[in-house]
Ligand binder design. Structure first.
Ligand code: AMP
Length: 435
């Protein structure tokens, strides 16, 4: 399969060649012709599958044949959960559309409103925005959504996780009813299904394997440790295992800063990404990490979501995530494109319920390795088949948080998804992964 066979025009093919893309990824092969034909889309695909190009390429092509947006108007609206993702998606549109004359712009919070008001006042064909800032701009009359022909919801599940449900409803209400809608989500909760039911008309349903379900090359293990010894253990592992670049996930912003301070004191080049930092310094930290100038990037889940960091060999869960699905997103950053990766979790006794929920979700018990000198005083109870007491569901347990839904063990998050979206015969699960 080639990009030309998908019906893409020369200016896009040229840009793809310059980007070094030899052939479409599975999500692109399925989505591009459907989006070109004007169909709605419901796609299970996360970062790393090539999902951005899957919607950007056909939308650029369609826009190139249409009149430009009038002042204050937008033709394609892409909603994303975070500022970082907004920048990444904008960059993709600009790279793929470099030989087309189209205006694209990203609007997100944490930066001044005025330049955004000015830019939108001229009109843009493509607007990538986070829901909160988009509404601010809309309420101020900085733009009209009346001319939007396509709405893209990128990482829809994450937008709901971040509490954007009300904002999204308000945006939907301001959009023309007659339009194309493309919904991308990594997971499919009842809320996402309801949203899809409300927004989409006869959508093409696409499922591509999440990167990490295909990336069996990611080695996952955990070290039981007392909470207070986690910083020392991390420094020990960094040195002893001779890790190169590491992406570390910490639960709180304060925890992120504390770990960065500890690392800097020990001469390790470290930086952070979290919601309290201004946008510019978050992007700077990310760029420095990508360029190799920073060895350890410490982040919270929200801030790190959607970051496209290629070929990262090492992810460390300094704290386990509160939402089990975030574990899957975190480790999905390693082992890309067949590269081998490793995901290590530092687990203290308090986190055993979270651990059990993660193991139930991924359908396996993580291997434990105690580290000499860091054996915990507060033992981390055994989980999995060896652990009757922890695995027993308690009556008041929240569905999902304990790894059980509807009383049945959840072995894979894709089970729930298959119930709505039948797997297509040509795309078996675990195969055909993007990069
Ligand atoms: P995404 O899933 O959209 O975040 O894309 C993940 C990464 O894959 C990005 O770095 C893209 O530049 C890259 N990519 C997307 N499509 C292709 C392709 N067809 N061939 C090679 N790389 C691609």
């Amino acid at each position: 399969m080639t990009f030309a066979a998908l019906g893409l025009i020369d200016p896009l093919l040229e840009a793809l060649e310059l980007s070094g893309y030899a052939q479409p990824t599975p999500v692109q092969a399925q989505a591009v012709p459907a989006v070109l034909a004007g169909r709605d889309l419901l796609a299970a695909a996360q970062t790393g599958t090539g999902k951005t190009a899957a919607f950007a390429l056909p939308l650029l092509q369609r826009l190139s044949g249409e009149p430009p947006a009038e002042p204050g108007r937008v033709r394609v609206l892409v909603l994303v959960p975070t500022r970082e993702l907004a920048e990444q998606v904008l960059q993709s549109f600009q790279v793929y559309g470099q030989f087309l004359i189209l205006r694209s712009y990203a609007a997100y919070g944490g930066v001044p409103l005025n330049p955004q008001i000015t830019a939108l006042g001229r009109g843009v064909e493509i607007l990538v925005a986070t829901p909160g800032r988009l509404l601010d701009l809309h309420r101020q009359g900085a733009l009209s959504l009346a001319a939007v022909t396509t709405l893209v919801l990128d990482e829809a599940d994450r937008m709901l996780d971040l509490g954007f449900a009300r904002e999204l409803e308000e945006v939907f209400a301001a959009l023309p009813r007659q339009r194309q809608t493309l919904l991308f989500s990594a997971t499919f909760s009842d809320e996402i299904r309801a949203m899809a039911g409300q927004l989409l008309r006869d959508p093409l349903k696409i499922e591509v394997a999440p990167r990490n379900s295909a990336a069996r090359t990611v080695k996952q293990w955990l070290v039981p440790v007392d909470k207070k010894k986690k910083p020392a253990l991390f420094c020990h592992l960094l040195k002893q295992k001779r890790w190169g670049q590491v992406l570390v996930f910490v639960k709180t912003r304060k925890g992120v800063e504390q770990l960065v301070t500890t690392l800097l004191e020990r001469g390790v080049k470290a930086d952070s990404i979290h919601g309290d930092k201004p946008q510019a310094s978050r992007l700077r930290a990310l760029e420095a990490f990508k360029a190799g100038a920073v060895q350890v990037l410490v982040a919270t889940d929200v801030a790190a979501r959607g970051l496209d960091i290629d070929d990262l060999p090492q992810v460390v869960n300094f704290d386990l995530p509160q939402v089990p699905e975030d574990y899957v997103h975190r480790i999905g950053r390693t082992g890309r494109a067949g590269a081998s990766g490793e995901a290590v979790s530092l687990v203290c006794a308090d986190e055993v319920t979270l651990l059990a929920a993660i193991e139930a979700l991924i359908g396996r018990t993580l291997e434990r390795q105690e580290m000499h000198g860091f054996e915990p005083e507060h033992r981390v109870p055994l989980t999995g088949s060896a652990a009757k007491p922890v695995q027993k569901p308690s009556p008041g347990r929240r569905a999902g948080a304990g790894g059980r839904r509807g009383g049945k063990p959840v072995s894979s998050k894709w089970e729930g998804f298959d119930a709505v979206i039948p797997r297509r015969s040509g795309t078996p699960r675990g195969k055909g992964r993007g990069r």
